[in-house]
Ligand binder design. Structure first.
Ligand code: ASN
Ligand code: ZN
Length: 333
């Protein structure tokens, strides 16, 4: 049957009206993004296995902005995956998670009252719950980028998901979640150094994680210590998230897109930011060329410094800031 690459309209819950890649097949459209490796978006319709059904309709208009419309979560998930694809392609020159031009797939409406989202290597796919109570569907831009980045980490550094390497794995997903959200430049969801601020996962309006001072969540660590490897990977990510904030924006108080940050340092010395673009490039290059499955915080410092030396030289302002930011989280001071 005749297939054609199309641009549909998504009426999302979190990002307003957006363009979504779709495919025309005969007289129907489906959420297969022909411009992005045929990334597909499926409706599990509360199931927990298989793919459910590929979203399809006759209008190429997806969702109505409200979660009661089952297409809406599909529109948000497809948009987040598309942005993440565009970010890695346009910013880092990587086409697809594996760099082979092939898309993954997304599944929404997983189970009932499910308050999480996840990536699985086994299906090369990501999955979203609908939330429960005050917690909304997990389909925001930052959560999509976080999950898809787990796929990237799995095919590059393969950071073991426990101990310090597990914290670095989680931080990698949070770092690129922030980077993708800024890249999207969507007025309904402006870029920030928070994770999950749209989904109300705690039910009280607070985000899931804060990168300027991770301990604002009450559980994440701000600084490396010898016990870091024994805490949950979603909290041992804190120091590396903090490093990324510091190297991007610098220490101290700052307001960005209306969000107030105040980032402290372990040694009390200031860090001068080099900007998010350079920071992201350094982390991406370290992840894809230096980090391995057992990389810990000390090795991540060495890897990022090596990448920074290659890019800017050891006498550069960038090199000094990278070193200062690691010292500011109590690594290699
Ligand atoms: N949403 C969680 C994450 O991506 C799921 C997990 O614990 N792996 O980190
Ligand atoms: Zn994660």
């Amino acid at each position: 049957e005749w297939q054609a690459v199309e641009n549909g309209v998504g009426n999302t819950q979190y990002s307003g009206q957006v363009t979504l890649g779709s495919t025309a097949s005969g007289t129907t459209f489906n959420l297969t993004d022909g411009g992005r490796g045929n990334h597909r978006t499926y409706n599990l319709n509360r199931g927990t296995s298989g793919t459910g059904t590929l979203f399809s309709n006759s209008t190429d208009i997806w969702g109505n902005g409200l979660p009661a419309n089952l297409e809406t979560a599909g529109a948000d998930a497809a948009y987040g995956a598309g942005l993440t694809w565009d970010y890695y392609k346009n910013v880092h020159g990587r086409t697809g998670i594996r760099g082979d031009g092939v898309g993954a797939y997304s599944r929404v409406h997983y189970s009932s009252g499910y308050v999480n989202a996840f990536w699985q290597d086994s299906c090369f796919c990501m999955t979203y719950g609908d939330g429960s109570g005050n917690a909304r569907p997990l389909t925001s831009i930052d959560v999509a980028a976080h999950e898809m980045t787990h796929g990237l980490t799995s095919v590059t550094a393969r950071l073991n998901y426990s101990g310090e390497s597990g914290g670095l794995n989680e931080a990698t997903s949070d770092i690129f979640a922030a980077a993708v959200e800024f890249y999207a430049d969507n007025p309904n969801d402006p870029g920030d150094y928070l994770v999950g601020e749209k989904i109300n996962i705690n039910g009280n309006g607070t985000p899931l994680r804060y990168m300027d001072r991770p301990s604002r969540d009450g559980v994440s660590r701000d600084y490396w210590s010898s016990t870091l490897g024994s805490v949950d990977v979603h909290y041992s990510s804190g120091p590396a998230n903090h490093w990324y904030y510091l190297i991007s924006e610098g220490s101290g108080a700052k307001t960005i897109n209306g969000v107030a940050y105040d980032s402290p340092t372990y040694d009390g010395l200031p860090v001068t930011g080099i900007g998010r673009e350079k920071a992201s490039e350094i982390w991406y290059k370290a992840l894809t060329t230096k980090f391995v499955s057992t990389t810990n915080y000390a090795a991540a410092r060495v890897g990022t410094l090596a990448v920074t030396a290659d890019l800017y030289g050891t006498a550069s302002d960038e090199y000094k800031s990278v070193a200062d930011a690691w010292a500011a989280i109590n690594v290699g001071a």
